[in-house]
Write a protein that binds this ligand. Structure first.
Ligand code: HEM
Ligand SMILES: *[C@@H]1O[C@H](CO)[C@@H](O)[C@H](O)[C@H]1NC(C)=O
Ligand SMILES: *[C@@H]1O[C@H](CO)[C@@H](O)[C@H](O)[C@H]1NC(C)=O
Ligand SMILES: *[C@@H]1O[C@H](CO)[C@@H](O)[C@H](O)[C@H]1NC(C)=O
Ligand SMILES: CC(=O)N[C@H]1CO[C@H](CO)[C@@H](O)[C@@H]1O
Length: 566
């Protein structure tokens, strides 16, 4: 009995100790934040607390929301991804800059185009907080987890991979995959696997343009576990789905064989994925050594550029090359950064288009005009891609309201001054600085009164003349670029997304493949008519969306879709 009491007492006192310590940290952070001179919001649990990350929105927040006094600061701000639900509200209430005080760090939210551009340009003063990206290091040091000089070396080599030859590959493969996906979709009366299938598409594009491995599209019901593509897809999927666990537990710990089945499966997935990359790497290297021309996929370019950097480095006396493990690291980052981002964006776009038939019509006008009766295999990247502006506008508009990638910066070790509007602020060291992309993408100052409406045509300028879509003024249309700094889905400045063009090409090619001759509608449920079904699907996109690792549809299978020929 005595022992039990002591154990209980021990547990209790450590919990009490932890709570007291949290409060103490919260209080000192509060004092620090007061000195900045901006509005404050105080929350009791840090956004970075790994245990909280696993349970916040899934369990606790809905529980608290149900309590009578429930809806307050805590339920509004104390979960990852609150920005999406909040839209422009907080910044319209509190101004362009405010701080969320947590027991961990202070989180400063920023929603001002000029100030954001300034932050993106001052890369050394506002570095990316590396801890958040530790997980990626499982596969070797990499672009995302390095900073300073290391990063420059990585970025130089990796930037050379995303070139026009590679873009050609991305285009051709995306068209092929999109046609494959369409062929699979049109055979079914009701498709619930839209998000799953766009994931397959994006994975296959990546594996082709990334490693030179091209697979035919495989629908949700066609996957077979023995297929190489499937095992690669599944291992990557498992890794991406369990990123947070992998980050919290670490690769070393996961290799213990007394762990539960699920964790051992995760470990197995990391091994399978690594093995797959090793095979591709060895194969590509042999090709290069044999002097075969090969194509310009990302892996080949990395190996080549790295060898090139090596020679150049030797003559200059510094070491510019990437090592083998660094190449793996970067390839994993490409997978990590390029897979779900485009997959989720495509899923959003298809579902939202299903709810907006007039936009589909508008798209197909352009597609018919530019592509005519040409066979998809003849669609030429150089000639066609720049002319598909409406397709690109759909991407921009989708990313505006549903930006998948959260961006985070920090002040690092020293306080920094930052000018927002006409006022200067001193931001203390070790403060998180969050460019609030959802807020700036929906701020009426930059986007007008219909800022919350999904309307791709806001991105198109139709030259002079009439608004009637005659042939001549389809050619005169161009993309209007918004106020600089008010659209940051790919981030901005020197550390923006190197896969920006890659994702644009993939998206536009997929739109072309899908919507030239076909259209999509939601399948009505029960007594619904088509119009009601469209409203329901749009409502789902607007409200049943949340941040898992990225922003995504939480239950895409709830929107059953059906394709029909125009
Ligand atoms: C719609 C699609 C995409 C969006 C919205 C997107 C967005 C972003 C954003 C916002 C960042 C910066 C994150 C930060 O600063 O914290 C980023 C980084 C990155 N993205 Fe993308 N991305 C997309 C697609 C891709 C694709 C297809 C690839 C590669 C094939 C890619 C590769 C990368 C890499 C390697 C980085 C890290 C760059 C660095 O650390 O310097 N992205 N992306
Ligand atoms: C954002 O701004 C618009 C336009 O001023 C407004 O109509 C809308 O309600 C705001 N959104 C939110 C979530 O407050
Ligand atoms: C801030 O600066 C702008 C132009 O630079 C000026 O029009 C405005 O009056 C200033 N606002 C304040 C509060 O000083
Ligand atoms: C389209 O552009 C061409 C040349 O730039 C111009 O001659 C023509 O008038 C424009 N048409 C319209 C409808 O704006
Ligand atoms: C977080 C981090 O920087 N991790 C590794 C990245 O790569 C360098 C070498 O390239 C390592 O020294 C870091 O530990």
């Amino acid at each position: 009995m005595m022992v039990l009491h002591i154990v209980l007492l021990g547990c209790l006192s450590s919990v009490v100790g932890w709570v007291l310590y949290s409060w103490y940290c919260l209080f000192t952070n509060y004092l620090t934040a007061c000195r900045i001179g901006v509005p404050l919001v105080i929350i009791p649990v840090s956004h970075e607390n790994p245990l909280w990350m696993i349970v916040d929105k899934k369990i606790f927040i809905p529980l608290f929301e149900r309590l009578p006094f429930g809806s307050g600061t805590f339920t509004r701000y104390n979960w990852r991804g609150w920005e999406f639900q909040d839209k422009n509200k907080s910044h319209l209430e509190k101004g362009d800059i405010f701080v969320v005080v947590t027991p961990g760090r202070n989180w400063l939210y920023l929603c001002n185009a000029e100030a954001l551009l300034d932050v993106f340009q001052r890369r050394a003063e506002f570095p990316r907080p590396l801890e958040l990206f530790e997980m990626v290091n499982v596969f070797g040091p990499n672009l995302s987890t390095t900073d300073g000089q290391q990063w420059q070396r990585h970025r130089k080599v990796t930037a050379s991979c995303f070139n026009e030859q590679n873009n050609d590959l991305v285009w051709a493969e995306s068209v092929r995959q999109a046609r494959g996906m369409l062929n699979y979709w049109v055979l079914q009366k009701s498709i619930r696997s839209t998000a799953d299938d766009t994931r397959t598409l994006s994975l296959h594009v990546l594996s082709s343009a990334g490693f030179g491995k091209s697979y035919p599209f495989q629908g949700h019901l066609e996957a077979s576990p023995t297929n190489v593509a499937t095992s690669y897809k599944e291992s990557l999927q498992t890794i991406l789905d369990n990123c947070i666990l992998l980050m919290v537990l670490g690769q070393k710990f996961l290799s213990k064989n007394w762990l539960p089945q699920r964790l051992r499966k995760l470990h197995q997935a990391t091994l399978t994925f690594k093995q797959y990359m090793t095979e591709v790497y060895e194969e590509e290297k042999r090709w290069i050594e044999d002097g075969k021309p090969g194509d310009s996929n990302l892996m080949t370019s990395l190996i080549r550029a790295s060898a090139g950097a090596n020679e150049a480095g030797e003559s200059e006396g510094n070491c510019g090359a990437l090592t083998e493990s660094e190449i793996y690291g970067n390839i994993f980052v490409f997978n990590f950064a390029g897979h779900d981002t485009t997959a989720h964006t495509l899923a959003f776009a298809v579902v939202i288009l299903a709810a907006n038939p007039s936009v589909q019509k508008w798209l197909s006008e352009e597609l018919q005009y530019v592509l005519g009766d040409k066979d998809p295999s003849e669609w030429d990247y150089q000639a066609v891609f720049p002319r598909l502006k409406r397709c690109l506008a759909v991407l921009y508009e989708t990313l505006r309201l549903y930006p998948p990638v959260p961006i985070a910066k920090s002040t690092g070790r020293e306080p920094r001054t930052l000018t927002v509007g006409n006022k200067s602020f001193v931001i203390p060291a070790n403060t998180m600085l969050i460019p609030n992309h959802v807020a700036i993408h929906t701020h009426p100052r930059y986007w007008g009164h219909d800022c919350l409406v999904w309307r791709p045509s806001r991105w198109i300028q139709s030259g002079k003349g009439t608004n009637v879509a005659t042939k001549s003024n389809l050619d005169n249309e161009s993309i209007v670029m918004p106020h600089k700094g008010s659209f940051i889905a790919w981030s901005e400045g020197i550390r923006n997304c190197p896969g920006k063009k890659f994702s644009q090409i993939e998206f536009v090619a997929t739109m072309a493949g899908l919507f030239k001759d076909w259209g999509v509608d939601p399948v009505p449920e029960g007594a619904e008519n088509l119009d009601m079904a469209r409203k329901r699907v749009m409502h789902m996109a607007e409200t049943d969306t949340g941040q898992v690792l990225l922003l995504q549809l939480l239950h895409p299978e709830r929107a059953a879709l059906a394709w029909r020929r125009r």
